[in-house]
Design a protein around this ligand. Sequence first.
Ligand code: PLP
Length: 406
Amino acid sequence: MYDVSKIRADFPILSREVNNKPLVYLDNGASAQKPQVVIDAVTRGYAEEYSNVHRGLHYLSNLATEKYEGVRGIIARFLGAPNEDNIILNSGTTEGINMVAYAWAAPRLEAGDEIILSVMEHHANIIPWHFLRERQGVVIKWVDVDVNGDLDPEAVLAAITPKTKLIAVTHMSNVLGTMVDVKTICAGAHEKGVPVLVDGSQATVHAPVDVADIGADFYAITGHKLYGPSGSGAIYVASERMAEMRPFLGGGDMIRDVTRDAVTYNSAPMKFEAGTPGIVQTIGLGVALDYMMDVGMDNIAAHERTLRDYANIRLSGLNWLNIQGNSETKGAIFSLTLDGAAHAHDISTILDKKGIAVRAGHHCAQPLMEHLGVSATARASFGMYNTTEEVDALVAGLELCHDLLA
Ligand code: PLP
């Protein structure tokens, strides 16, 4: 039995007020709040257990190294990765995708080679490929979503040509909440010899994920959305692809030997982790993932389906409100616009006065905004600690917006 009040009690910030109203935190798509166990792990990491990792032979360095390195295995378990050596630790999805662009794609792709993206990608999965377009003449091919906000895997596969070198696609839209059938995309792409990068920033927060079952070549996650510290994250890289990657960031820790004339590199995944990492952040991420797995990813997914269904019913009852995207696969993310001239920022400002935190803007997904024909939306995105009462609070806040702005 999912006890949401027990879960809420684990997140201290949820009991605070904002603008003299109980906080209703619906900006989880941007970043999630942290449970006490994560806050404690970060505090302990600095107060009692801090040292640099990998380098010292003293007690604290060994302790920090053991805890930091232990997170690789936790992430591998969380993602269903075959081996912890398939996990490269980093600061989040943006770094993970940029690493693939620099370490794997840039040395392999030539002018005229193609990368397929969906129109609902976050800028983190667009800009690194624009760099290759600008610098190397790589061609970006876009696949649109349909009227419901669904991405047809067959449309993605149909875009493959002999020039296609990579498909880079989100597992879940941060704007529409659509889940993408990345398993079908991976299977079809592999038949044609095309690797697939999956942006798992949103999907991993809301449902169990198994990268081995999906068959992804690269699968990027970001810690701060997973109830962990900001500045933490990882990317799963299939062994075959890892072997094809050239080191990208150069510096300490990623080498075996350096002389005046030559360098030999550490083995993977360390070869791709230069410099002092986010030590405490990563340790905090491990605690956050353990927390989620203790609650149970299936339980979290079921709870959020209830929230989604309830929000769908309540929000659909407001005939002056537009919900962008109504995919059957949709998770509990609602991008909203009001009929008339009301701007998303005004909606967000009015909701904020009621203690309700939503995000307004283009959500780092400008090609999708253009496709939808809107400049901005107000996005309510739910997490494991949200409640149906908070859906009611959102609806009441939106009714106020309608009264004030219509
Ligand atoms: N991809 C998606 C779908 C996202 O929602 C986000 C964050 O909003 C990112 C990538 C970028 O994540 P980060 O900023 O943590 O690197």
